[in-house]
Design a protein around this ligand. Structure first.
Ligand code: NDP
Length: 476
C-alpha cells in the first residue's frame, strides 16, 4: 500500500481533484465504476504525478496506506450511498471516508452516524469552484471529526486555493457542518447573481444602454468595493457577441434560469430554523418565476404598459446609485447567510467559527470577493455580532448607500422594472431598524380569532382579550 489518499468517481470533478492531489506530490489511488475513466485519466495525465490506478474497489482500498482516506466524488444522492455500501466492508476502524459531492447536510449527518457505528470517520466536504477550481485550487469546506481533520487538513490545505498565503480550507465543524456551509455558500451565490442581474436590468432600462456598454460599467465596478469573480465574469458575459447573429450574447439566451436545487435546500433549511434569508429566497423564487413561460406570456398580454417611461437625467449619478444599492443589497444577503450559518451551528452543535468561514470563501469558489476579508475582520473583532449589517465597515457602506438604494427601488417600481432582490433587501433593512413593527397588529389578530394571547410592552406575562364578551383583558 503506497497511496496517501484515494479518489473514487472520476468524472470531471473527481478527475481534476485527483490530478490536483497528484500535482501537489500526493500519491493518489484512483478508481471509477466504469474503468475506462480510470484508464483515460492515467493515459492523459499520468505524468503529472503518482497515480495508482485500480479497476476494482478492493484493489483500490488495498492500495491505500492506513488509516485509509477515500474521497468519493460521484453523483450526489443514491449513488453516494451505493458507493459507501460497497466500500464499508472493505475498510477498517479508523479509516476515513470523505464525500466531496454536493450532498444535503441531512444525508451527511445520517451517513456520519451510520459509519461511526463501524468505527469509521465520515467527512462530508463541500467543494466549490467547479471543474477549474478542483484542478487549480478549490474552496474546501470539510465537516467530520477533528481526528479525521488531523490527517486530512495538511492534504486539503495544500490543494485548496491560497489567498495571501492562507488556504481556503478550514475544518468547519462536526458531521454535516461542511455540507451545510457549502449549501449556504450556494444560496449566497444565488442571491449575488440575482442582484447582479437586477443591477444589469436596471442599468439597461434606465440608461437605455447596450450590454457592451454595461459590461464597461461592471468592469469599472470590479476595481472597487464590489471586486469579485461574479462581477468580473458579468462583464465578460455582457461583452460577448453571438457569432451567428452578431447580437449581444445575452439577448440570444432564453431568459429562464435553471437550478440544481441547492438554493431551494438553503431556503427550506432557513424556514426550518426560522431565519429570514429574504435575499436568497427572492433569488430562488426569481429563477422559478422566470421558468413559468405560460404565465409570463399571459401576463404580458394582459398588462402591456403597466410602467411609466424611465428618464434618467444624470447618467453618472444613476450608475453610482445602482452601484451603492447593489453593495447594500449584497451586504444584506451575506448578513442573512451568516445568520443562517450561526443558527445551523447552534441547532446542530457545530460550533462554527463565522470569521473562518469567510476565509474559506476568499478564493477558489464562485462567490470569492474582496469584501470577504471584511467579514472575517468583523467576526474576529466581535464574535457575537448580532448582524453583519451593524459591523462598522458594513454599517458605513449601508448607511452611505441608503438614499441611493431608496431612489433605485422607487424608480424601478415606477418604471415597472422588477427588482425583487433589491426591493426585499431594502425592506429587510427597514424592518430590522424600525422602532415598531406591525407584528403587534398580527398578535392582536391572532388573539382575536384564535385566543393565541399576546405580551404587553409595559408588564410581564401573557394576556388575552375577551373579544366576544366585554372585551376586558385577562391573563392568557
Ligand atoms: P457527476 O455528478 O456527473 O457524476 C458522475 C460520476 O458518478 C461518474 O464517475 C459515475 O461513474 C459516478 N456514478 C454515478 N452513479 C454511480 C453509482 N451508482 N455507483 C458508482 N459510481 C457512480 O460528476 P461530477 O464530476 O460533475 O460531480 C461529482 C460530484 O461533485 C457531484 O456530487 C456534484 O454535485 C459535485 N460537484 C460538482 C461540481 C461541478 O461543477 N460539476 C462542483 C462542486 C461539486 P461512471 O463513470 O461509472 O458512470
Amino acid at each position: 500500500a503506497t497511496a496517501q489518499i484515494g479518489v473514487t468517481g472520476l468524472a470531471v470533478m473527481g478527475r481534476n481533484l485527483a490530478r490536483n492531489l497528484a500535482r501537489n506530490g500526493f500519491t493518489v489511488a484512483v478508481h471509477n465504476r466504469s474503468p475506462e475513466r480510470t484508464r483515460t485519466l492515467v493515459a492523459e495525465h499520468g505524468d503529472e504525478g503518482t497515480f495508482v490506478p485500480a479497476e476494482s474497489l478492493a484493489d483500490f482500498v488495498a492500495a491505500l496506506e492506513r488509516p485509509r482516506a477515500v474521497i468519493i466524488m460521484v453523483k450526489a444522492g443514491a449513488p453516494t450511498d451505493a458507493v459507501i455500501d460497497e466500500l464499508v466492508p472493505l475498510l477498517e476502524a479508523g479509516d476515513i471516508v470523505i464525500d466531496c459531492g454536493n450532498a444535503h447536510f441531512a444525508d451527511t449527518r445520517r451517513r456520519e452516524e451510520a459509519l461511526r457505528t463501524h468505527g469509521l470517520h465520515f467527512v462530508g466536504t463541500g467543494v466549490s469552484g467547479g471543474e477549474e477550481g478542483a484542478l487549480l485550487g478549490p474552496s474546501i469546506m470539510p465537516g467530520g471529526s477533528a481526528e479525521s481533520y488531523a490527517k486530512l487538513g495538511p492534504i486539503f490545505e495544500k490543494i485548496a486555493a491560497q489567498v495571501e498565503g492562507t488556504p481556503c480550507c478550514v475544518h468547519v465543524g462536526p458531521d454535516g457542518a461542511g455540507h451545510f456551509v457549502k449549501m449556504v455558500h450556494n444560496g449566497i451565490e444565488y442571491a449575488d447573481m440575482q442582484l447582479i442581474a437586477e443591477a444589469y436590468d436596471l442599468l439597461r432600462a434606465g440608461l437605455d444602454a447596450t450590454p457592451a456598454e454595461i459590461a464597461e460599467i461592471f468592469r469599472e465596478w470590479n476595481t472597487g468595493e464590489l471586486e469579485s469573480f461574479l462581477i468580473e465574469i458579468t462583464a465578460d458575459v455582457l461583452a460577448h457577441t453571438d457569432a451567428d447573429t452578431g447580437k449581444p450574447f445575452v439577448d440570444v439566451v432564453q431568459d429562464r434560469a435553471e437550478q440544481k436545487g441547492t438554493g431551494r435546500w438553503t431556503v427550506q433549511s432557513a424556514l426550518d430554523l426560522g431565519i429570514p434569508i429574504t435575499g436568497i429566497a427572492e433569488a430562488t423564487f426569481a429563477r422559478s418565476l422566470s421558468g413559468h413561460a405560460g404565465q409570463r406570456e399571459a401576463a404580458r398580454r394582459a398588462f402591456p404598459d403597466a410602467g411609466e417611461k424611465w428618464q434618467v437625467s444624470d447618467r453618472e449619478a444613476f450608475v453610482e446609485d445602482v452601484r451603492r444599492a447593489l453593495l447594500a443589497s449584497k451586504i444584506v444577503a451575506y448578513a442573512q447567510g451568516f445568520d443562517h450559518i450561526r443558527a445551523g451551528s447552534s441547532e446542530y452543535d457545530w460550533n462554527i467559527d463565522l470569521g473562518s468561514t469567510a476565509t474559506i470563501w476568499r478564493g477558489g469558489c464562485i462567490i470569492r470577493a474582496r469584501f470577504l476579508d471584511r467579514i472575517k475582520q468583523a467576526y474576529d473583532q466581535q464574535p457575537d455580532l448580532p448582524s453583519l449589517l451593524v459591523a462598522p465597515y458594513f454599517a458605513e457602506a449601508v448607511a452611505a448607500g441608503v438614499p441611493s438604494w431608496r431612489r433605485v427601488v422607487a424608480d424601478a417600481a415606477r418604471a415597472g422594472v422588477p427588482a425583487p432582490a433589491f426591493g426585499s433587501s431594502l425592506s429587510y433593512f427597514d424592518a430590522l431598524r424600525a422602532d415598531r413593527l406591525p407584528a403587534a397588529l398580527i398578535q392582536g389578530l391572532r388573539d382575536n380569532f384564535g385566543a393565541h394571547t399576546y405580551q404587553r410592552v409595559d408588564r410581564e406575562g401573557s394576556f388575552h382579550i375577551l373579544w366576544a364578551a366585554d372585551r376586558s383583558e385577562v391573563a392568557g
